[in-house]
Write a protein that binds this ligand. Structure first.
Ligand SMILES: Cc1ncc(COP(=O)(O)O)c(C=O)c1O
Length: 474
C-alpha cells in the first residue's frame, strides 16, 4: 500500500523536477543541487514520503560525480530536509507548514541559512546508524528483567565500567566506576552540578569569559550566580579566580576560543582548588577530536579529588542521543547520585545498554577515528579557504574540536560583519557574543565546520571574506 501511494522521482526525470546543472560551474555543483532540492521540498514538488533516487542514479542523470550527490544528501539530512538510512532510499520527511503558509521540514530550524557556521554540531549524517542499531538490539537483548526496573540512579554498572575504562585510556582520567553518574547529556550533568554547588554553599561560580553562554546560563537558571573570569591565550586566567570556590571550564578546547589550558595554568588551577577547598567542573565536550597532536588529557587526571568531570556523546555521535556522564570526586559521588535520583530517578536503560555495547565492542572508538579524519579534512579545507580569502586574519583553536576562531585585526564592529553575512544567507557569530564583561578578546568570529559540506564552507568563506573587508572599509 505504501509503495502505491509514495511518489518517487526515480520514475520521472530528475532534471525536470530538480534543476538543470549544465551551466553551473564545477565548484558550485553541490550548492546548486542542495538549493534546488531544498526548494523542491519547500514548495511541495517533492512531497512528504517521497523517495529520492539513489545517489548513483541522480549523479548519472545530472552528469555530476556521485560524491557531489552523496554530500548533498548528507547536508540535507543534517538540516532535516531528508531522512537517510544505510541500505534504503533517502526520503522527504513529514513537513510542517509554517505561519507564512510555506512548507518547512519539521526538523530544520536552520533552513533560512544557506550556510550556518554555528559551533557545537557534529556531522549528523555521520552517525553510524547500522552499528548503532546493532548495539541497540544487542543492548536490549542483554537487559535482564531486573534491569528494567527502578535501578541504580548512577546508571548500569556495565556502562559505568566501560566509561571508566574509556576515560582512563583515552582521556587520562582517573575514574572509579562507582563515582560515575550517567546523565542525559552534559546539560543534565550541569543540573546535578548546580545542586551539588548549592549544597556545598558555592553559590557563585567562575565561568570563562568569553565562554559558553548556554552552559553558564544553565547554571544560572539553577540558582547559581556567575562570576566571569577572563580567558587569554593560555586559557582561564587562574590568578583572577580570587576567592571563588568553584569554576566551570573547558580546558581541552576552550569554548569558543579553542585555546588549550596551558600546563602551568592547570597546575595553578589545582593549587587554587586545594587552597580554597574548592571544585573544578570540567566540561570535556569535544576533546576526542584533536588533529595535530596527541590528545590533551583532562585536568581531572591530575586532581581527581578536586574535579567533577563531565562528558557527552553530543559531539561524537549526535546531540539527540542524549547520553552524557559525570565522574565525581570521591567525596561528592554519593551526593551526585542522590541529585540525579531527585531529578529523574535514572537515565533510560535501553540507551545505556546500547552505549555500553557500543563502547565495549570498540565501535565508539572506531567511529571517533573515522569522523576525526573527516573533520580534519574539513578543517584543512576551511583553513586554506580562510588563508586565501583573508590572508591577514589569524586562525586559532583549529588543532581540535569542531569549530575554530577567526581573529580579524582591523574589524571594530563585529555586528556589522554578522549583519553583512546574514544578508547573504550566512550565519556567523562574533566572539563578542560570548563575552560577559567588556572583555579583552580581540575581534573575531566563531566558525563551526564539522557539519558543513565543502560547498557550504566555500560559500561561507567567500561571504565572510567580503563581509570582513566591507567592515574594515566602512
Ligand atoms: C560548551 C558546551 N559543552 C557541552 C555541551 C553539550 O551538552 P549536551 O551533552 O547536553 O548536549 C554544549 C552544547 O551546547 C556546549 O556548548
Amino acid at each position: 500500500v505504501e509503495r502505491a501511494t509514495e511518489t518517487s522521482i526515480d520514475r520521472t526525470s530528475s532534471r525536470e523536477l530538480l534543476v538543470d546543472l549544465a551551466d553551473v560551474p564545477r565548484g558550485r555543483l553541490g550548492t546548486a543541487l542542495e538549493n534546488a532540492l531544498r526548494a523542491a521540498i519547500r514548495d511541495g514538488r517533492l512531497r512528504a514520503g517521497s523517495r529520492l533516487p539513489s545517489t548513483r542514479a541522480l549523479a548519472a542523470d545530472l552528469s555530476v560525480s556521485r560524491g557531489v550527490v552523496v554530500k548533498t544528501y548528507e547536508q540535507l539530512a543534517a538540516e532535516g530536509y531528508l531522512t537517510t538510512a544505510p541500505g534504503s532510499a533517502a526520503r522527504v520527511p513529514a513537513l510542517q507548514v509554517a505561519g507564512d503558509g510555506r512548507a518547512r521540514p519539521a526538523t530544520a530550524p536552520a533552513d533560512r541559512w544557506e550556510v550556518d557556521f554555528r559551533p557545537g554540531t557534529p556531522s549528523l549524517g555521520s552517525l553510524p546508524r547500522a552499528d548503532w542499531e546493532r548495539a541497540v538490539r544487542r543492548g536490549f537483548a542483554s537487559l535482564t528483567d531486573a534491569e528494567l526496573g527502578y535501578g541504580d540512579p548512577r546508571g548500569l554498572p556495565r556502562l559505568r565500567e566501560a566509561l571508566a575504562d574509556y576515560l582512563g585510556r583515552v582521556r587520562g582520567a582517573v575514574v572509579d566506576p562507582a563515582h560515575v553518574v550517567v546523565v542525559n547529556g552534559f546539560a543534565q550533568g550541569l543540573a546535578v552540578a548546580a545542586r551539588l554547588l548549592g549544597e556545598l554553599g558555592f553559590d557563585r561560580v567562575g565561568v570563562e569569559d568569553p565562554g559558553s553562554v548556554q552552559t553558564s546560563e544553565m547554571l544560572a537558571d539553577n540558582g547559581i550566580d556567575l562570576a566571569p573570569v577572563a580567558v587569554d591565550g593560555c586559557g582561564l586566567d587562574v590568578s583572577a579566580v580570587g576567592d571563588l570556590r568553584a569554576v566551570l571550564i573547558t580546558p581541552a578546547h576552550q569554548f569558543p576560543t579553542g585555546v588549550v589550558l596551558a600546563p602551568e595554568r592547570r597546575r595553578q588551577l589545582v593549587e587554587w582548588a586545594d587552597r580554597v577547598d574548592g571544585l573544578v567542573i570540567e566540561d570535556d565536550y569535544d576533546a576526542e577530536y584533536r588533529y595535530d597532536h596527541h590528545p590533551v588529557g583532562v585536568v581531572q587526571g591530575i586532581a581527581p579529588h578536586r574535579v567533577l568531570l563531565g562528558g557527552t556523546t553530543s559531539k561524537t555521535l549526535a546531540p539527540g542521543i542524549r547520553i552524557g556522564w559525570l565522574a565525581a570526586p570521591p567525596a561528592l559521588a554519593e551526593a551526585a547520585a542522590r541529585h540525579k535520583r531527585q531529578i529523574d530517578l535514572m537515565s533510560p536503560v535501553l540507551e545505556q545498554a546500547a552505549f555500553a555495547e557500543f563502547l565495549s565492542s570498540g565501535q565508539y572508538e572506531r567511529h571517533v577515528r573515522r569522523t576525526r579524519t573527516r573533520y580534519r579534512r574539513r578543517r584543512d579545507l576551511l583553513m586554506s579557504l580562510l588563508a586565501d580569502a583573508l590572508p591577514d586574519a589569524a586562525v586559532e583553536g583549529g588543532a581540535a574540536g569542531l569549530h575554530l576562531l577567526l581573529s580579524t585585526p582591523g574589524v571594530t564592529d563585529e555586528a556589522a560583519v554578522v549583519r553583512h553575512a546574514a544578508g547573504h544567507g550566512v550565519r556567523v557569530a562574533g566572539v563578542g557574543s560570548y563575552q560577559r564583561s567588556s572583555g579583552r578578546w580581540p575581534a573575531g568570529f566563531v566558525l563551526g565546520y564539522g557539519h558543513l559540506t565543502d560547498g557550504a564552507l566555500r560559500r561561507g568563506v567567500t561571504v565572510l571574506g567580503d563581509a570582513v573587508r566591507a567592515a574594515r572599509a566602512g
